[in-house]
Design a protein around this ligand. Structure first.
Ligand SMILES: [Zn+2]
Length: 384
C-alpha cells in the first residue's frame, strides 16, 4: 500500500463524515486529523510529507469514529434500517450521572433518555425543544429536579441526538443537506429540487439552507419533511400568503421544557367507561338470547354525579329479571343504579322466541324457521 492510498482513505472517510455532519470538507478533515491527535489537517499533511504514514491502527480508529456518524459505511444497512430493526427495549447507551443510572434509546431519529422516574425526549430536528418529564410520583425525589443534573443529562442525550441526526443525513443524498451554489436543495424523500420551500402545516416559506439546516423539519413549527413542498399549492385561490420564516443566525436549540407528568395507567370513571362496565355486567346477568339482546340494546345513562339508570325493553328484559351483577358492579363503582322499563323497537319479530332457550344457535334456528313459515327472509346480495 502506498502512502497516497492511506491518506486518500482518510480523505474518503472525511468526505463521509462531512456528508453525515452536514459540514464542509475542510472541517471534516480537521475532525479526522483531531482523531489522530493532530491539531488540524494541515499539520497531518505536513507530517505526511515528511514520511509519516497512517498505521493500520490509525485507519481502524478513524473508520470506527466515522461509523458512529455514518452507520452504513462499508455496506452496512442504512441508519434508519438499523434503527427500525433494533429491539424496542435495547438502549444505545447506558451510564450513570451523579450515581443515577440512565439508559438512552433511539427510535427513528428521536432520542429518549430515562432514569428512575424521569425522562428526556429530543426530536430528530436540530432545533426541536427537548422535553424533560418528571413522574409525579417522583417529583420530590427525582434527580431531574436539579438543573445541574438535567444539564449533564441533556449533554449525554444531545451527543446521541447529534449522531442520530448524522445517521439520518448519511442516509440522504448529500444535496439534501448541503445547498448548491444556487441555494437549491433536494427533498430527501420525494427528490424535488428547489431553493425555496413551503410548509403545509404553518404556511411558512423558507430557503433551502434553512430547511436543510433543520433536517427537513419546518424551522417555524417543526412539521415533518412530508409537509415540506416546493410550492404552496394548498393556498391556491385563497387570500393567505406564505410567511417567510425568520430566526436569528446563531440560533440555538431551545431551553428544555420541564413537565411533571403522570404516566401511570389512569382509569377515568366517566359516562363512557361506567356504562361499558354496567353493560358487560348486564350481559353476565342475561341468560337467554333475548336477554342478551336486551343487555346490548339497553339505554344506559350516567349523569353528572355518576348516578346511572338503565332503560330496558320490556320484551327483551323480563320485569322480574335478576340484575345481581349490574347492581354489584354499580356498587363497586359507587354508582346509584335505577332500572326503567319501556317499550322500544324489538329488532326481530316474535320476541318470545328469545327467551325459550339459552342457546343462540337454537334461537336463530327457531327465528329463521318462523320467518320462513310466516314471513320472508331476505339475504342481502342474494335476494333482490
Ligand atoms: Zn411549519
Amino acid at each position: 500500500m502506498t502512502k497516497k492510498t492511506e491518506i486518500d482513505q482518510l480523505k474518503l472517510l472525511a468526505k463521509r463524515f462531512a456528508h453525515a455532519e452536514r459540514s464542509n470538507h475542510r472541517d471534516a478533515l480537521d475532525a479526522i486529523a483531531a482523531e489522530l491527535n493532530f491539531p488540524h489537517w494541515k499539520a497531518l499533511t505536513v507530517k505526511a510529507s515528511q514520511g509519516w504514514i497512517p498505521s493500520e491502527e490509525n485507519l481502524t480508529k478513524v473508520d470506527a469514529f466515522v461509523r458512529e456518524y455514518f452507520p452504513s459505511l462499508g455496506g452496512k444497512p442504512q441508519f434508519i434500517e438499523q434503527s427500525m430493526s433494533r429491539p424496542i427495549g435495547e438502549p444505545i447507551k447506558v451510564g450513570k450521572i451523579d450515581g443515577h443510572a440512565y439508559q438512552v434509546f433511539e427510535f427513528s431519529g428521536d432520542i429518549r433518555m430515562e432514569g428512575d422516574g424521569w425522562r428526556i425526549l429530543i426530536g430528530e430536528a436540530d432545533f426541536s425543544q427537548p422535553v424533560v418529564e418528571i413522574e409525579t410520583t417522583h417529583k420530590e425525589t427525582s434527580p431531574a429536579k436539579n438543573r445541574g443534573f438535567v444539564d449533564k443529562a441533556l449533554e449525554v442525550a444531545e451527543t446521541q441526538a447529534v449522531k442520530a441526526r448524522a445517521g439520518i443525513a448519511s442516509d440522504w443524498p448529500r444535496r439534501s443537506t448541503k445547498p448548491n451554489a444556487k441555494g437549491e436543495v433536494v427533498h430527501p424523500i420525494h427528490g424535488d429540487r428547489a431553493a425555496e420551500w413551503f410548509c403545509l402545516h404553518c404556511d411558512g416559506k423558507m430557503t433551502g439552507a434553512q430547511i436543510a439546516e433543520n433536517l427537513w423539519h419546518c424551522p417555524s413549527c417543526g412539521a415533518s419533511p412530508l409537509d415540506i413542498f416546493t410550492s404552496p399549492w394548498w393556498l391556491e385561490g385563497s387570500d393567505v400568503q406564505p410567511t417567510a420564516v425568520e430566526y436569528a443566525k446563531d440560533r440555538k436549540r431551545p431551553e428544555p421544557k420541564v413537565e411533571v407528568v403522570d404516566s401511570r395507567p389512569t382509569l377515568r370513571l366517566d359516562e363512557q367507561s361506567i356504562s361499558l362496565l354496567l353493560r358487560i355486567a348486564l350481559l353476565e346477568d342475561a341468560n337467554t338470547p333475548g336477554e342478551r339482546l336486551g343487555a346490548l340494546l339497553a339505554e344506559i345513562n350516567v349523569d353528572d354525579e355518576n348516578d346511572a339508570w338503565i332503560t330496558f325493553d320490556e320484551d327483551l328484559w323480563p320485569d322480574d329479571k335478576d340484575t345481581g351483577s349490574a347492581i354489584a358492579v354499580a356498587d363497586k363503582l359507587g354508582v346509584k343504579l335505577e332500572f326503567v322499563m319501556t317499550c322500544m323497537t324489538f329488532p326481530f319479530t316474535w320476541p318470545g322466541l328469545g327467551h325459550v332457550t339459552t342457546s343462540t344457535r337454537e334461537y336463530v334456528e327457531m327465528m329463521l324457521h318462523a320467518y320462513e313459515e310466516h314471513g320472508v327472509v331476505l339475504r342481502e346480495g342474494v335476494d333482490e
